[in-house]
Ligand binder design. Structure first.
Ligand code: S3P
Length: 445
């Protein structure tokens, strides 16, 4: 077990290479494994979550190799060509890996069993299984529709039209991926737009994906049984990881940092919009396009922040960023209200409870309801001084370590090894910018 203690930071400066985007990394490996030929992926996130996906795709018959220069090479089996795994597929901590792969497996006529860590085994899977059953797959689950799950894929998957009952890119993606092996058109209607990496990357691999407006949301139609062609993929830096040094630079007086080649997909960039409304000094520079995904260098500089109301319809575009936004809100002047957050209760942990409880222990005034968080700041550093158990939630761990950088007393995060799921060497990279995070290995009790 690892604990990290975060002390008051020096002014942050310089630039940092944040690891690759987790959402894009999972998809690049999965789609490469279903394409014909050799896919090369550069900038893949080598975090535990994505390594689970790599191992799963190998177990399903794809050849997945890390080359010496850090490029990942995938030789795929073609659409519908995966084979039954010998053992249980261990998806670790990753909801994205588990839910997307359930979609892939639902379209293959074979059985496979999937499990994960205690956090993943407590997370809802019925949201993907419901539409996948309509497409012809069958599932045997642990109590409450949780993992471990044995999926028996459909021999003749049916294309469906499905309206998402929750704003979830994972559910959308699971249906579209099952639709790859179904004849005809599979359509997902999302009342609120969610991250569209699946649509963009499937197109990059040669699938036909049409997207049109549907009310406030979108209608996405995939033409089934495409031949996916191997493609090279450059993975942008993960905006959800960049969020931690970015907010740290806004909060630590005198800081100015640059984060290189960060993915700025508008369906992921809600945090930047919100921080801009709070008065943050954030700039995008040298914006370009990397294999269908917008990227830019991000410059963040310290300055006072004012409180803001975050509208509920923005939640999907910053769903993973509420823990670090709550930290920014604790240092902002005034009362920040975040609403429409029910989904935060079923992430790697109950993030509403984790943030409300942890912030309160650090001396910040917070209120929590079933689906909202209100944080009262007065523009001055909070007392800090708390011990936070990350349990199995990387973003809770990183959020409190950033809070430690600007609190009067250090904050200690226990079980911080969970950070490696999405941001390997987080403390090293933060310390390179000017943080003072001390890592301590502890023996398991
Ligand atoms: C993800 C979708 C989101 C997000 C997760 C990654 C994806 O989950 O929280 O970290 O890659 O599709 P939901 O689909 O549950 O909103």
């Amino acid at each position: 077990m690892t604990a990290i203690v975060s002390h008051l930071a020096d002014r942050l400066s310089g630039s940092a290479a944040v690891p690759g985007d987790k959402s894009v990394s999972h998809r690049a490996l999965m789609f490469g494994a279903m394409a014909v030929g050799e896919t090369r992926i550069t900038g893949l996130l080598e975090g535990d979550d994505v390594l689970c996906t790599a191992a799963a795709m190998r177990a399903l018959g794809a050849q997945v190799t890390r080359l010496d220069d850090g490029t990942w090479q995938v030789f795929g089996c073609g659409v519908g060509g995966l084979r039954a795994p010998d053992g249980v597929l261990d998806m670790g901590n990753s909801g994205t890996a588990a839910r997307l792969l359930l979609g892939v497996l639902a379209g293959h006529p074979m059985s496979a069993t999937m499990s994960g860590d205690a956090s993943l085994r407590s997370r809802p899977m019925e949201r993907v299984m419901a539409p996948l059953r309509d497409m012809g797959a069958a599932f045997a689950t642990a109590e409450g529709g949780r993992l471990p799950v044995t999926v028996t894929g459909a021999a003749d998957p049916l294309p469906i039209t499905y309206t998402l009952p929750v704003a979830s890119a994972q559910v959308k993606s699971a249906v579209l991926l099952a639709g790859l092996t179904a004849p005809g058109e599979t359509t997902v209607i999302e009342p609120v737009p969610t991250r569209d990496h699946t649509e963009r990357l499937l197109r990059h691999f040669g699938a036909r994906v049409e997207v049109s407006a549907e009310g406030e949301g979108r209608r996405i139609t995939l033409t089934g049984e495409p031949e996916l062609k191997a493609r090279n993929v450059v993975v942008p830096a993960d905006i959800s990881s960049a969020a931690f040094p970015m907010v740290a630079a806004l909060l630590v007086p005198g800081s100015e940092i640059t984060l290189a080649r960060v993915g700025t997909n508008p369906l992921r960039a809600g945090l930047i919009e919100t921080l801009a409304e709070m008065g943050a000094r954030i700039e995008r520079r040298d914006a370009t396009d990397a294999d269908g995904e917008p990227v830019a260098d991000i410059l963040a500089a310290a300055g006072p922040l004012r409180a803001v109301d975050v509208p509920p319809e923005r939640a999907p575009s910053m769903i993973d960023e509420f823990p670090i936004l709550a930290v920014a809100a604790a240092l902002a002047d005034g009362t920040t209200r975040m609403t429409g957050l029910a989904e935060l209760r079923v992430k790697e942990s109950d993030r509403l409870a984790a943030m409300a409880g942890g912030l309160a222990r650090c001396g910040v005034r917070v209120e929590e309801t079933e689906d909202s968080l209100t944080v009262h700041g007065d523009g001055t550093p909070p007392p800090g001084g708390a011990v936070i158990d990350a349990e199995l939630d990387h973003r809770i761990a990183m959020a409190f370590l950033v809070l430690g950088m600007v609190s009067r007393e250090p904050i200690r995060v226990e079980r911080a090894e969970t950070i490696a799921t999405s941001f390997p060497n987080f403390a090293g990279i933060m310390n390179g910018l000017g943080a003072r995070m001390e890592e301590m290995k502890e023996n398991a009790a």
